[in-house]
Design a protein around this ligand. Structure first.
Ligand code: 13P
Length: 252
């Protein structure tokens, strides 16, 4: 049985005080949802301490949205994996399309970040996904395959056993346009097949999350699909009620 995961990527939203309040509300109402669902919140770096305080004693896990390629030193403005681990993070989102698109994230930098994450016992939530042009040209399978081959294929078996993949089609992020449940299943199954070519049966254990305009109204249909193990949620993660309601979308 693969883990069921609902992870909230807050992106650059909420002030630290608002983030603490949001985390508090998630914790306060978390029992409304099956304990079989693993909730993760990924606030901005500046919020991590305050949010960690709110999550204490709950089973809601903390994650960060990125980490540095280097261990420590003269890298002004960077935040290391060791720093976020000390603040209580168990997860780190890596390779989000917004970082690939706006901050020049490449497979080369992502290989370094993955290594930093594992060196600090963090579980990467590695994002893949095609943009609209690539989808329209029917290149989405090739794009996703390359994103997996260039980074995930460099992992050891032990590292691979501690990994979450998030498929996020860029055309569905923040647009209100969701992939259909069938589109999600098609590419999730493909991702699992590619992973199996390299890691064999272990690919059956790897959670693959869907991200892109996922909300309470569509989560159940998408999560019902065989190879969809949960969601990476942007906008709808900013309201505790909606975020938790998405977790109720698991019927299996
Ligand atoms: P939205 O849910 O706002 O579309 O964002 C998805 C996302 O990018 C999560 O990482």
């Amino acid at each position: 049985m693969r883990k069921k995961i609902v992870a909230g990527n807050w992106k650059m939203n909420t002030l630290p005080s608002e983030g603490a309040e949001l985390a508090k509300n998630v914790v306060a109402n978390r029992q409304e949802v099956c304990s079989c669902v693993n909730f993760i919140v990924c606030p901005p770096f500046t919020h991590l301490s305050m949010v960690a305080e709110q999550l204490k004693g709950s089973d809601v896990a903390l994650g960060a949205q990125d980490c540095a390629t280097e261990t420590k030193g003269a890298y002004t403005g960077e935040i290391s994996a060791q720093m976020i681990a000390e603040l209580g993070c168990k997860y780190v989102i890596l390779g989000h399309s917004e970082r690939r698109q706006y901050y020049g994230e490449t497979s080369e930098t992502l290989n370094k970040k993955m290594a930093q994450a594992y060196a600090n016992n963090l579980t990467p939530i590695y994002c893949v996904g095609e943009n609209l042009e690539e989808r329209e040209a029917e290149k989405h399978f090739d794009v996703v395959k390359a994103q997996l081959e260039e980074v995930i294929f460099n992992l050891t078996e032990e590292q691979f056993a501690n990994l979450v993949i998030a498929y996020e089609p860029v055309w569905a992020i923040g647009t209100g346009k969701t992939a259909t449940a069938d589109q999600a299943q098609e590419i999730h199954a493909y991702i699992r097949k590619v992973l199996a070519e390299k890691f064999g049966a272990a690919a059956q254990e790897c959670p693959i999350l869907y991200g892109g305009s996922c909300k309470p109204a569509n989560a159940a249909e998408i999560f019902a699909k065989e190879d969809v193990d949960g969601g990476l949620i942007g906008g709808a993660a900013l309201k505790a009620e909606d975020f938790l309601a998405i977790g109720k979308g698991f019927a299996k």
